[in-house]
Write a protein that binds this ligand. Structure first.
Ligand SMILES: Nc1ncnc2c1ncn2[C@@H]1O[C@H](COP(=O)(O)OP(=O)(O)OP(=O)(O)O)[C@@H](O)[C@H]1O
Ligand SMILES: [Mg+2]
Length: 370
């Protein structure tokens, strides 16, 4: 009884397997260890164009392009050793001569005595996958070309705009010499100079972005006192009546780094601290040394940043400002700062909560090493 039952189950299993093979979308083929085809499912008929009756008893080389015949030796050798071959990407030839890119998975077939009697192979047509991969590569290359063109354009435009602005600046200085102190002209000229300075900074930032793209931003390192540098940069911020600046460090911290570039980083961080704290408040700068590095933090009590933006604000042209807030900027200050710090072998990061201010910290080795 039990034998009869297990017989039935085995028969059912056999039927089920046959149904799976014949309804599979993948071509499933079996062959002997000598490469003679012993089964060929409907998907194989569709993929290769041969009917089962045409191929049974024939050698598998029927569908192997001539320049790939050697693959069969390798496959049969692997199978003979009882090894499986997975996702082997190759090309096979259909009845009408078309070459079809396929992914092959080949497994040894054992008899009841665990002897290898042949191989079963599953072939999946990967033409579409390859076509979409090629299309992706083409699009990627196109985007790269466009992006390079954009960088070249930015560099060129910024460079061209700098010359007239430098002339304007010169003319204004001459006018300033002739304007009577405290007159309306003197006041307006002072504002013109400030605006042209802003323009120059903007253009320099844009030029830095393109220099960074092409790896031309070089560091010019020197020995200097970072504490004195911070004090000097801060002296340019005291005009902001709504913001208070605290920096208590007095003892010199001498480092070897690019002074001008670090001034740029600090200026960017302080500009942000002021710009994104429209209601005013305290900006605290702290500096400490540890294990050959110096850490500088800039804390503000401003708008803060949503968590999802925190890692992205260091990306080029990324801004996390509410459109309603009406705060202008290009979104490159932090990108440039991060690049400068990274090139010094340091790191920069931020901690912030929306509505409760932000703290930006950067650290660099005290002794820059090329
Ligand atoms: N202290 C800060 N408080 C709140 N948000 C900040 C602060 N600093 C930077 N951010 C956010 O990070 C974004 C990127 O800053 P980044 O300095 O790179 O660009 P930006 O200030 O918008 O423009 P710019 O290129 O003129 O500096 C800002 O748009 C802002 O959303
Ligand atoms: Mg900024």
């Amino acid at each position: 009884m039990s034998n009869q039952r297990s017989g039935l189950v085995a028969e059912e299993k056999q039927a089920l397997l046959a149904a799976i093979v014949s309804s599979s979308q993948d071509a499933i083929v079996s062959k002997t260890l000598k490469g003679v085809i012993t089964s060929w499912n409907p998907a194989a008929e569709r993929l290769f164009g041969y009917k089962e009756r045409e191929v049974l008893g024939k050698h598998i080389s029927l569908i192997i392009p001539e320049d790939r015949i050697h693959e069969e030796d390798f496959i049969l050798e692997q199978i003979g050793r009882g090894q499986r071959i997975e996702h082997f990407e190759t090309v096979r030839k259909a009845k009408n001569g078309t070459l079809i890119p396929i992914s092959l998975t080949i497994s040894p077939v054992f008899n009841e005595r665990k002897e290898i009697i042949g191989a079963s192979k599953i072939a999946r047509d990967i033409s579409e996958m390859i076509a979409s991969k090629l299309e992706k590569e083409r699009l990627y290359e196109e985007v790269n070309v466009l992006s390079r063109k954009k960088d070249e354009f930015i560099a060129l435009a910024a460079h061209e705009l700098k010359t007239p602005i430098t002339s304007l600046r010169g003319f204004m200085e001459v006018l300033q010499l002739h304007a009577t102190a405290d007159s309306l002209q003197a006041g307006l000229l002072e504002r013109c100079v400030r605006q042209t300075n802003k323009l120059t900074t903007l253009l320099n930032d844009l030029l830095d972005v393109s220099r960074l793209q092409i790896g031309k931003l070089l560091l010019r390192c020197e020995k200097f006192d970072l504490v004195a540098m911070v004090q000097e940069v801060l002296s340019g911020f005291t005009h902001s009546a709504r913001h208070r600046f605290i920096f208590k460090n007095k003892k010199p911290v001498v480092i070897y780094a690019d002074r001008i570039r670090l001034e740029q980083v600090l200026t960017n961080l302080l500009n942000n601290a002021v710009k994104y704290t429209p209601a005013g408040g305290t900006v605290t700068i702290k500096m400490r040394e540890a294990a050959g590095k110096v850490y500088v933090s800039v804390r503000d009590e401003g708008l803060g940043i949503e968590p999802e933006h925190l890692t992205k604000i260091f990306n080029q042209f990324y801004r996390a400002v509410d459109p309603g807030a009406n705060i202008s900027g290009l979104g490159i200050g932090l990108y440039i700062s991060k690049e400068i710090i990274t090139r010094h072998g340091g790191t920069i990061g931020v901690k912030s909560r929306k509505g409760s201010g932000s703290v930006f910290v950067f650290s660099i080795p005290k002794q820059y090493q090329q």
